[in-house]
Design a protein around this ligand. Structure first.
Ligand code: GUN
Length: 288
């Protein structure tokens, strides 16, 4: 079997077009332009790339973007004061604090300061609680993007065996909740899981979010399974330029799986598209 390639880049472009139309509609109906504030602390190189892209696409779909870049040694008090001022700002509908934060700042404490109606990352415990109790949360962007890609190839998830590798607050846990809400039978595997290949072989749907380059091989995969690869890892190449790969060995696993996301071009572009969709949704809720 040669797996179908699930094109996250193309799907994300369509979502961004829909968001851009939604922005125009909201401007026409209420005179409101959605605004996203992105707060970054320090100069983590990977985070700088992500933040630049988030701001670029926010503007490209007609929204306002506000970047607040703070020094790496910013105090907890200054950061919380900034978030409180963004909470009060009517031009700001979504607030995102780029993670990870420098070690002296507690990300949980910082996230809890964000007004949960502006928490477009879906990381505030109010939104996490709503996700697990089938409320109306803002859904974390990477898992939401994965679910959209999954549904594009398999609309009926009910009763499927889903295995999520990784238990982070950003991907693994919310992904498991989303799959459970779709009535999948969900297993969360992690670094202490015993015989991971055997557990993966049970999966009709496999979500990999571990951060280990090309760890998942063809003999871990149930024939026909759908594979969502959230990993983004840089590996060295003989020419010294390096290359991005996922947690899944794409070439190898493609010989067994039914459908698979590539890296790059899988869940990655969907994360920003879903952030834009969440920001539009926050603005719509603010005027309703
Ligand atoms: N760092 C890595 N992924 C994310 C994300 O989705 N949101 C935020 N705020 N930080 C991140």
């Amino acid at each position: 079997m040669i797996a179908a390639r699930i094109d996250g880049k193309e799907f994300a472009a369509r979502v961004r077009e829909e968001v851009a139309q939604g922005v125009k509609d909201l401007q026409a109906s209420h005179g409101v332009t959605p605004g996203l504030a992105v707060v970054s602390v320090g100069e983590d190189p990977a985070s700088q790339v992500y933040v630049r892209n988030k701001l670029k696409y926010t503007k490209a779909c007609g929204m306002n973007s506000f970047h607040r870049a703070l020094d790496a040694d910013t105090s907890r008090r200054s950061l919380l004061l900034l978030i409180e001022s963004l909470n009060k700002d009517p031009a700001v509908h979504g607030i995102l604090v780029q993670l990870p934060l420098p070690a002296h700042l507690d990300s949980r404490d910082v996230i809890q300061t964000i007004d949960c109606s502006k928490d477009v990352d879906g990381f505030h415990t109010s939104n996490v609680g709503d996700l697990w109790t089938s409320g109306k949360p803002f859904i974390p962007c990477t898992p939401l993007g994965c679910l959209m890609l999954l549904k594009s190839v398999e609309p009926n998830i009910t009763g499927k065996n889903a295995v999520v590798i990784g238990r982070s607050n950003i991907v693994g846990r919310p992904m498991a909740a989303l799959l459970l809400n779709e009535s999948a039978t969900v297993t969360i595997a992690h670094s202490n899981t015993k015989d991971l290949p055997a557990i993966c072989r049970q999966a009709d749907i496999l979500v990999a979010a571990v951060g280990r380059p090309q760890m998942i091989k063809a003999d871990w995969i149930k024939p026909g399974a759908i594979i969502l690869d959230v990993g983004i890892n840089r590996i060295e190449t003989p020419d010294g330029r390096g290359r991005l790969v996922g947690d899944v060995d794409f070439e190898d696993v493609s010989t067994v799986a039914g459908a698979i996301t590539p890296v790059p071009g899988g869940p990655g572009p969907m994360t920003i598209a879903c952030l834009l969709a969440n920001t539009l949704e926050a603005a719509k809720r603010a005027v309703s």
